[in-house]
Design a protein around this ligand. Structure first.
Ligand code: DON
Length: 432
């Protein structure tokens, strides 16, 4: 296991940018390395918090370890410190198992068993809604155990195998169980058993309490490192596609639902403050790991075993807070004026009723379509033909495409039979 206090810039796999298509180059400038290092150095001196000991085996972890990894949705990874050190995933598994359950059963079925509301309570709270018997959300233990019970399989071993394969697909490598941590939680996990029995009696657990808790304990004892967590998070950020293996692990809808629950509930009773200060969907675990992500951009994994009183890694929280604030990563950060989706506009002549052609560009979303149509449809009032040229457009989201099609249908042909709004789409980015 690498020493935690080693200089992060020591030549080693740590602190290197890695791209799937090229070998790391010592000469290449590494701005991301400098960014991670600036955060790493500020947080390194923090010694607050305690390593979790309610699962006795976790108390054996070296408390000084500290690692961070960032994986972009394009498949580049950057790592620093103890990013290759293995620890148990614990509660960081919860959003990924929730995603697997959603993929199998859909949102409607899953939410008859577990709710989507932040509990504002600690991770091990006795949380069941009065009327429905559902745990409040899948990020707290009660909800996570119910989620695990929903996974296909009659036995704990069958369920766990589905989970192991699914989480391995998220990480892009085969993950295995730390048997000592698993046994330690089996011996001491009575509170979780109690939560499972309560959910069973309320009718929301989908298996026996024994099967659900055993599969859940194994899920929590899976070994990962910060790099795995970054790639798992990047898979969600990329809409369900693993950025390294390019495997689709879950659908875009499932990735979005999962990120939404991480946003509202991922940091337990610290979720509201986290959303204000850091503003990234995240999930923590008592093994010392945290995953965070910026949708469509990247995933981050941090590791440092000392925890605060909410069960979140002290240095992990500090690293993410620092990163977010220094580099403006908050997902609600106001962005500078984006590139206009309207490029060059050409007119056939000088008169207002001449035909107009507008070249669109970029990745067009609903708001871009709204902007294009609001800006350009008035051209139709003067009587010429307006051509929207999609030749330089890389992608059109389905809602944007629908707006363009409605505009096309609404702009009737002239008496001369000339179409007044033409969608010129040589690359078929609008779909059918
Ligand atoms: O169920 C438990 O208590 C542990 N296996 C996981 C809890 C956990 O990671 C809470 N997160 N910060």
């Amino acid at each position: 296991m690498p020493a935690s206090d080693q200089a992060p810039h020591t030549p080693s796999p740590q602190g290197r940018a890695q791209h799937p298509d090229s070998s790391p180059s010592a000469e290449r400038p590494k701005p991301l390395h400098l960014a991670l290092n600036s955060v790493f150095e500020r947080v390194r001196s923090l010694k607050d918090g305690e390593v979790a000991s309610y699962i006795p085996e976790l108390a054996r972890e070296n408390p000084d370890q500290m690692g961070i990894a960032l994986a972009s949705v394009r498949g580049t990874t950057h790592e620093m410190g103890d990013s290759a050190a293995e620890f148990t995933i614990q509660s960081v598994s919860k959003p990924f198992v929730f995603a697997l359950a959603l993929e199998q059963l859909g949102l409607a079925e899953v939410t008859t068993h577990v709710g989507l509301e932040p509990s504002g309570e600690p991770f091990n709270a006795i949380s069941l809604e009065e009327a429905s018997g559902r745990p409040l959300n899948p990020m707290i233990n009660a909800g996570a155990i119910v989620t695990t019970s929903l996974i296909t399989g009659d036995t704990a071993a069958d369920k766990f195998e589905v989970i192991r394969r699914g989480l391995s697909a998220f990480a892009g490598r085969t993950l295995t169980v730390d048997e000592a941590v698993f046994e330690s939680e089996v011996e001491t996990g009575d509170r979780n058993r109690a939560l499972a029995y309560l959910a069973k009696s309320a009718g929301t657990l989908a298996s026996s309490a024994e099967v659900a808790t055993r599969a859940y304990f194994r899920q929590c004892a899976m070994g990962v490192n910060a790099r795995d967590l970054a790639i798992m998070a990047a898979t969600l950020a990329g809409g369900g596609v693993n950025p390294i293996t390019r495997e689709r692990v879950v659908s875009e809808n499932v990735a979005r639902w999962t990120m939404a629950v991480m946003t509202s509930c991922g940091m337990y009773d610290a979720s509201g403050e986290w959303l204000v200060r850091v503003g990234l969907p995240a999930k923590s675990g008592v093994g010392g790991g945290i995953v965070a992500l910026q949708p469509e951009q990247f995933g981050i994994g941090t590791f440092s075993p000392r925890l605060n009183d909410r069960g979140n890694s002290v240095r992990g929280v500090a690293m993410l807070e620092e990163l977010s604030q220094r580099f403006g990563l908050h997902m609600l950060e106001h962005r500078a004026e984006p590139l206009s989706p309207i490029g060059e506009i050409s007119r056939a002549g000088d008169s207002a009723d001449d035909d107009v052609s507008a070249h669109l560009r970029g990745d067009l979303k609903f708001g871009d379509a709204e902007h294009v149509l609001t800006e350009l449809l008035p051209e139709l009032e003067s009587g010429g033909t307006l051509t929207l040229d999609f030749g330089a457009v890389t992608r059109v989201g389905a809602p944007a495409a629908r707006l363009f099609r409605w505009a096309e249908a609404g702009a009737r042909p002239t008496d001369a039979g000339k179409r007044r709004l033409v969608l010129h789409d040589p690359e078929h980015v609008l779909g059918d």
